[in-house]
Ligand binder design. Structure first.
Ligand code: HEM
Ligand code: NAG
Ligand code: NAG
Length: 448
């Protein structure tokens, strides 16, 4: 792979956006930078010791038969004082009209506090910094996600993208089958949701809460999320004729189930943190409405009782491992990748395939000419190279392979040709303080 002009052109944008990257002037320096960040995180992870802050138990009153039991799980988290969020100077302000919000609760929340620009138009460096600071997302994982967001849903020159719908409804994270995927924890599929793949779905939250109520600790554990996934995957296989599991969004969708306990717990999940109802529901903006017994979608917010981010970074290797071993195996959806069903499919081969087949999605570069597409491929590969070919994942040095890796990417439902929905009324930025999807959509649900 050649380091061409494209990445050189992109670098000043990096440096301006992410002060820690100021000294980065070449591809080699960019690789060094990303690798040193990952190493620093690994060392920090080893040192971090959770300290106990007065655990409190608080019962917040009954909300209904299913959810009342879950409220007992407030408190008793082991947390590190420095990890309290939000920090001084980051104030919650609900998004107003014109502020772009979409399918990702993590990024929506960060924008609601000013960790990301409040208008929801964000760039690469801001995303790396904010996801680390707000949630302790590992640099490698944030880099992979942000690279695909810029490549598939954003603007290469500014290395930026919209959190919801893009300018004139083009691009943005709402864009289907590029980063945004079907079988999301709490969003409906693009086709059956009639284009609404970005609002919190009440019926899905009810399904998830039902599994949490059966958990011995009443937590939203990985096991609870795996049950929730298996149920939803079965539904989509049965009712969504355009269920297309394109590899990259598949990783995002599976990863997102593991993100619930790992990023939204109060404290570090697996090291004294608790994935309790109060923390999760507040962060994803799910407010129980007693009158209707449904979940209203309200702006994403850290819980008022106080909340502590995880003490150690959660990165790409752990995310992919949990996604593929604990979540995916509960209900396999066959994607268009050759190794499925053979022992050759592993987290590593899967991600490496995407890395090598990255040009399967570059036709999505908006308004892309051949030249722009080539520039985008070069840029994405150079950013991903230090993570995918030089770390634990150890992909072979990139040889850009032809599109035959993903032969179906041009079929309806695939990333190049998303399914047509009867109405585009549901595709704009998030509108809050409403209830969406009280019933499971077995056919496109265009009015609610
Ligand atoms: C680093 C840049 C990030 C990008 C580009 C990104 C993008 C996305 C996109 C496109 C989706 C929709 C996927 C789907 O349809 O299933 C999504 C969902 C999700 N994201 Fe992010 N995300 C990022 C960071 C984060 C962070 C830091 C967190 C947690 C703190 C997070 C948590 C989630 C969760 C839990 C979902 C699933 C939402 C649901 O259906 O309930 N993401 N993200
Ligand atoms: C988080 O944990 C701290 C310390 O145990 C506790 O004071 C706080 O109430 C907890 N917050 C939630 C939302 O559970
Ligand atoms: C699996 O890997 C082996 C050895 O690398 C190779 O010979 C075989 O063709 C692969 N099978 C598939 C289905 O990719």
């Amino acid at each position: 792979m050649k380091f061409t002009q494209a990445i050189v052109l992109a670098l000043p944008a990096f440096a301006a956006a992410f002060p820690g990257m100021a000294g980065v002037n070449s591809r080699a320096e960019l690789e060094d930078y990303i690798r040193s960040e990952i190493k620093r995180e690994q060392l920090e992870g080893r040192k971090a010791k959770p300290q106990l802050l007065n655990p409190v138990g608080k019962l917040l009153g009954a909300l209904g038969d299913t959810v009342s039991g879950l409220l007992n799980s407030v408190g008793s988290a082991i947390v590190v004082a420095d990890n309290k969020r939000p920090e001084e100077g980051y104030e919650f302000i609900a998004p107003g009209p014109g502020d772009s919000r979409g399918p990702c609760p993590g990024l929506n929340l960060l924008a609601n506090y000013g960790y990301l620009p409040r208008d929801g138009y964000v760039n690469f460096g801001q995303v790396l910094e904010a996801t680390s600071r707000g949630f302790n997302m590992g640099t490698d994982l944030a880099t992979v996600l942000a690279t695909f967001a810029v490549l598939g849903s954003g603007d290469l020159d500014g290395l930026s993208f919209y959190l919801g719908s893009g300018k004139n409804g083009i691009g943005g994270l709402n864009r289907h089958s590029v980063v945004e995927a079907d079988v999301s924890p709490n969003r409906e599929d693009y086709y059956n949701g009639c284009g609404d793949n970005h609002h919190l779905s009440s019926r899905l939250v009810k399904q998830m809460v039902g599994y949490a109520a059966e958990d011995p600790n009443k937590e939203f554990s990985l096991n609870v999320m795996a049950n929730h996934y298996a149920q939803s995957a079965g539904f989509s296989k049965q009712y969504n004729p355009y269920l297309y599991y394109f590899p990259f969004p598949q990783i995002v969708s599976l990863g997102a189930f593991a993100f619930y306990p790992n990023f939204f717990s109060n404290g570090t999940y697996g090291a004294g943190g608790v994935a309790n109802y109060r923390s999760i529901m507040s962060i994803i903006g799910a407010e129980y409405d007693e009158d209707t017994s449904e979940f209203k979608y309200v702006p994403e917010r850290w819980p008022e009782e106080g909340w502590y981010r995880r003490a150690t970074p959660y990165g790409a290797v752990q995310a992919l491992t949990e996604a593929f071993t604990l979540i995916y195996t509960r209900n396999i959806i066959v994607p268009a990748v050759a190794q499925v069903g053979t022992p050759n499919l592993s987290v590593q081969t899967f991600l490496c395939n995407i890395y090598q087949g990255i040009n399967s999605i570059t036709p999505l570069v908006l308004g892309g000419t051949e030249e722009e597409t080539a520039k985008a491929v070069t840029w994405a590969l150079s950013v991903l190279d230090p993570i995918l070919s030089k770390t634990a994942l150890g992909c072979p040095d990139s040889v850009i392979s032809p599109n035959e890796l993903f032969p179906n990417s041009q079929q309806e439902g695939g990333p190049v040709v998303p399914p047509r929905v009867p109405s585009d009324a549901n595709t704009g930025d998030n509108v809050y303080n409403q209830i969406y999807f009280t019933n499971a959509p077995k056919t496109p649900q265009c009015s609610q």
